[in-house]
Design a protein around this ligand. Sequence first.
Ligand SMILES: [Zn+2]
Length: 158
Amino acid sequence: MKIKDLEVEIKRKNIKHIYLRIKNDKVEVSCNNFISKDFIKEFVLKHYEKIKKQIRTRKDKDFYRQNAPKIILPIVKKYSKLMGLFPSKISFRFKISNWGSCTSKNHIIFNYYLIDEDKEFIEYVVVHELAHIKFKHHKKEFWELVERFFPNYKKVRE
Ligand SMILES: [Zn+2]
């Protein structure tokens, strides 16, 4: 059924309470046979703002999932060749802080939100993480390697 602009699917189950979850762009309500449609409607409307907000943030995440690899992977490829340093694996995560990391096994993880930054900064983060394949620290040799492939690094880091 339709409640405002929401597509609501009702699943009748042998349960005591009423549950609501968001599945793709739809709302799925689980409840037993004794709960009326009016009650369901009221229940969904009560949570309307929260539901809309959740659907919106999910869409945003899809945007990052689609675009981050498209934007970041070619930059990794370019600098991997230049630096002769290749990650064993590349993945992406949603993080509040930390733009990237490199594990002891040279698995590089980028923050999806990195694509909100300008291109120069993305390149810097890529060079920084690739340099960690060679040096697992931030000592002098590490920064010298970063500087060789990204001379502007001091300016970009600010
Ligand atoms: Zn680092």
